[in-house]
Design a binder for this molecule. Structure first.
Ligand code: HSE
Length: 303
């Protein structure tokens, strides 16, 4: 039996929607599970030198957590991973690994958990829902957590197939863990900053829903996390400015960073080039990804 799990990259926060908004992107990790005598991991592509192949591998640990929760014995398996989502980049690689483990184990154990229960467990493992929810459901997702349960709502996007929003992500050559980036945040914020973000996150959602880049350009600002995190990302502020100066409507830190995500009406090489130059100016090389929103979320196929 082979189980194939595909999980898309995600960009969380989208400026003001800290820990609540996230977008699925058309860049996929693909993992094949096969039953084996002992647990083993083979990684191709992104992160192959850094990912643990032992039992503390994130896919294996997440799979074991699901088995423990449902009180079943998990048979050992081999996973063959084709990774396209860069690690510690702000594109949801850890959410992808956790969901891969959970969906793989769920399939191996005869689907004891529903999609909603998988989302609750993935959020518990991740600590916030804004990557796992769009990775599971696809599209633009707004989520809230209440008493350990996630309410995730996929926003119905108007059909903009003739004018899809183009996404440029530029990833500098250093790692920033979510843990480090969260440690930089304040315990308390002012009412003014809270209002700034509440108002804009509603408008950012509406801008994506209708494909209104002019609205996005006005609403995609943030006072709750970006100001505290940009100093951890050398060249980050300059890259956001450069994106807008070279034709992007809006730009933000993708998730907890360090990548910067920019939104534009069409694919503009100049946007990625200008952002790259900004990182180079701070002494870092950078990689550019031209991406589209993914309307599809995680897929599990059993053969
Ligand atoms: N909302 C999370 C954060 C996303 O900003 O810390 C991490 O990918």
């Amino acid at each position: 039996m082979h189980i194939t799990i595909r999980i898309p990259a995600t960009s969380a926060n989208l400026g003001p929607g800290f820990d609540s908004l996230g977008l699925a992107l058309d860049l996929w990790n693909e993992t094949i599970f096969t039953l084996a005598i002992e647990y083993s991991v083979q990684v191709h592509g992104e992160g192959r030198e850094r990912i643990s192949a032992g039992e503390n591998n994130l896919i294996i640990r997440s799979a074991q957590r699901l088995a423990e929760l449902v009180g079943k014995r998990l048979p050992p398996f081999h996973v063959d991973c084709v990774n396209r989502i860069p690690l510690s980049s702000g594109l949801g690689s850890s959410a992808a690994a956790k969901l891969t483990g959970l969906l793989g184990a769920n399939a191996l154990l005869g689907k004891p958990l529903s999609k909603t229960e998988i989302l609750d467990l993935a959020t518990e493992l991740e600590g916030h829902p804004d990557n796992v929810a769009p990775a599971l459901l696809g599209g633009l997702v707004a989520s809230m957590v209440q008493d350990g349960k996630v309410l995730a709502h996929r926003i119905h996007l108007e059909d903009n197939h003739d004018a899809p929003i183009h996404i440029t992500v530029v990833l500098p050559d250093f790692h920033l863990s979510t843990q480090q980036a969260r440690a930089a945040l304040p315990e308390q914020v002012t009412l003014k900053d809270a209002v700034h973000n509440i108002s804009r996150s509603v408008l950012v959602t509406e801008a994506f829903r209708t494909g209104n880049l002019e609205l996005l350009s006005k609403a995609m600002t943030d006072t709750l996390h970006q100001p505290y995190r940009l100093w951890l990302i050398p060249g980050g502020r300059e890259a956001m400015d450069a994106a807008k100066e070279s034709g992007a409507s809006a730009a933000a830190i993708s998730g907890a960073g360090p990548s910067i995500i920019a939104f534009s009406a069409k694919r503009e090489e100049a946007i990625g080039e200008a952002m790259t130059r900004a990182f180079e100016g701070a002494g870092h090389s950078a990689r550019t990804f031209h991406l589209k929103l993914s309307h599809h979320g995680a897929e599990a196929q059993i053969r």
